[in-house]
Design a protein around this ligand. Structure first.
Ligand code: 47G
Length: 328
């Protein structure tokens, strides 16, 4: 069995939104697939109306297949400080043509303002490892964990694009989706993430610098967050680049296009084109741009978010516990 679903970027590729269906008859919601977390939670009819601003909500009472998971609750806080919490239903969930009949659907009772102010995002679908699912007293499987035994291959792929629809595929590697070879690197899932270590980086056409960077492949984080020393070495090459504490990161003149950023994946490399590093203008005159590469200070590891992922075709292989990166 295998499946595919389209995923669309919000403005500035800040997040990628993907349709799912929950319940009987199906309730269609659009959520953020997040390889950096492992809860499937959605806006729901159990929330205060004031916390809902445009989102579509899951109504378990309108689903003939929903069953409350008695006594279970969940609560999650993300790296950006946003949070949500609620209770849990078991219901049927479909992604593309793939259905899990007894998926734990975490219904929100509360969400923080970052979610309320994000009208097009109806929730998150975690694609991290089940070990970090927040449901108490018994953690619940992710959609991928529930479906993976029935897939032709225990993997999914992320093909995120800049300003254009991409796709998440489950159970197969589409040879038409990438070029060249896939560079494979082992995954450390001990913290529940798709963790790996990059051997180093290069700036523009410069020499490759050996510099171990341990981080996670995270579709739910917008930017590429790397060690302070690597980030400062990169921005040193851009005229006028500076760390702007008001903006909370490096800012630089939007033109000329900055140098590419290259990072290693095992014996291969991934190139983030310079025009992907100019993440978004910080002023209406579009003179200065906020960088897509920023410091990972305080996190404890690097985060290879959408700025890194959208340059590549990425294979999240649970069967082989490895990540594959290819150009496209
Ligand atoms: C406020 O929106 C979000 C907060 C956190 C995550 C997970 N990194 C995804 C989101 O879409």
């Amino acid at each position: 069995d295998f499946g595919s679903v389209s995923t669309d970027p919000e403005k500035h590729d800040v997040e990628y939104l993907t349709p799912i269906s929950i319940g009987t008859p199906p309730q269609d919601l659009i959520v953020d697939f997040d390889t950096g977390s492992s809860d499937l939670w959605v806006f729901s009819t159990e929330m205060a109306a004031s916390d809902i601003k445009g989102q579509t909500v899951y109504d378990p009472s309108n689903s003939s297949t929903s069953q409350i998971l008695q006594g279970s609750t969940w609560e999650i806080t993300y790296g950006d400080g946003s949070s949500s919490s609620g209770d849990v239903y078991i219901d049927t969930v479909t992604i593309g043509n793939l259905t899990v009949p007894n998926q734990a659907v975490e219904a929100a009772k509360k969400v923080s303002s970052e979610f309320t102010e994000d009208p097009n995002n109806d929730g998150l679908l975690g694609l991290g490892f089940t070990s970090i699912n927040t449901v108490q007293p018994t953690p619940q499987n992710t959609f991928f964990d529930n479906i993976k035994e029935s897939l032709d291959a225990r993997l999914f792929t992320a093909d995120l694009k800049h300003g254009a629809p991409g796709s998440y595929n489950f159970g197969y590697i589409d040879p038409a989706a990438y070029i060249g070879n896939i560079s494979w690197t082992p995954v450390d899932n001990s913290q529940g993430f798709w963790g790996f270590t990059s051997p180093g980086y290069a700036v523009g056409t410069g020499a490759f610098r050996n510099h171990s960077m341990t981080g996670i492949a995270d579709t739910g984080t917008t930017l590429l967050l790397l060690p302070k020393s690597v980030v400062s070495a990169y921005y040193k090459e851009i005229q006028g680049a500076e760390y702007d504490s008001d903006q909370g990161g490096y800012v630089f003149p939007c033109s000329p296009t900055p140098p590419d950023f290259v990072f290693g994946v095992n014996n291969g490399i991934v190139t983030v084109p310079g025009d992907m590093v100019s993440y978004a203008p910080v002023d209406t005159a579009n003179q200065n741009c906020f960088g897509g590469i920023q410091r990972d200070t305080g996190i404890g590891f690097s985060i290879f978010g959408d700025v890194a992922l959208k340059t590549s075709f990425v294979v999240f292989d649970a069967g082989g516990l490895q990540l594959g990166w290819a150009a496209k």
